[in-house]
Design a binder for this molecule. Structure first.
Ligand SMILES: NC(=O)c1ccc[n+]([C@@H]2O[C@H](COP(=O)([O-])OP(=O)(O)OC[C@H]3O[C@@H](n4cnc5c(N)ncnc54)[C@H](OP(=O)(O)O)[C@@H]3O)[C@@H](O)[C@H]2O)c1
Length: 174
């Protein structure tokens, strides 16, 4: 048995998550849904993203931080657990109902083949370049829910929050 793995990300119309440092949008409603979705869950996070998110974690979060190093910076409120591979993270979290992968780009690429669900905020902006999110093939993924938001005074870009369920499992051994 392994934890049900979900990838959660905000992705530009041309498939990027970042220009290289930080998330390039300020979308309060998306931040709120991200906070709500991840509340009290086990999280899988790349070391770089983890360091950007220091101070964000709340009691109830259980961050597994993926690194090749032996030591990482401590978080004040929450003790992270260091992991060295996606499969190790899945094993450690095997009794959890869900493990939520919060990126960044290297970790999304490594975790995508193991994911059963994607929660993607499709932001209606083109970045042109940056760190990519893996392609979402509709041969493998079915959109099951969609919430659309238009631009307003607080949101410079429209966006759609789409949940995808895997409909075809890749052969991970191939
Ligand atoms: N738009 C969004 O939704 C979103 C979400 C999250 C992050 N981001 C953005 O993404 C960017 C960071 O992404 P990133 O790709 O640069 O970094 P990352 O994926 O957050 O972290 C990369 C680090 O993870 C570790 N790592 C990667 N692959 C590994 C493996 N196979 N085994 C063990 N450890 C491994 C390494 O840590 P060590 O160097 O310690 O060995 C590597 O340096 C930031 O700009 C962040 O703001 C955007």
């Amino acid at each position: 048995m392994s934890a049900h793995l979900t990838l959660i990300a905000a992705v530009s119309a041309d498939g990027f998550i970042s220009r290289g440092q930080g998330v390039p949008w300020d979308l309060p409603l998306d931040r709120a849904q991200y906070r709500a979705y991840t509340e009290n869950k086990w999280l899988l996070i790349g070391r770089r993203t983890y360091e950007e998110m220091l101070g964000w974690f709340k009691l109830g979060h259980h961050p597994l931080v993926l690194t090749r190093a032996r030591q990482i910076s401590p978080e004040a409120a929450i003790s992270p657990q260091v992991v060295y591979s996606i499969s190790q993270a899945l094993l450690i979290a095997q009794n959890q109902p869900e493990l939520v992968c919060c990126g960044g780009a290297e970790i999304y690429a490594a975790a995508m083949p193991y994911a059963q669900r994607l929660v993607i905020t499709h932001v209606h902006e083109f970045l042109g370049s940056g760190l990519p999110f893996p392609p979402i093939s509709l041969r493998e993924w079915e959109p099951v829910t969609r919430k659309s938001h238009v631009t307003d005074a607080d949101h410079a870009f429209a966006f759609d929050i789409v949940t995808y369920q895997r409909i075809r499992q890749l052969d991970l051994a191939a």
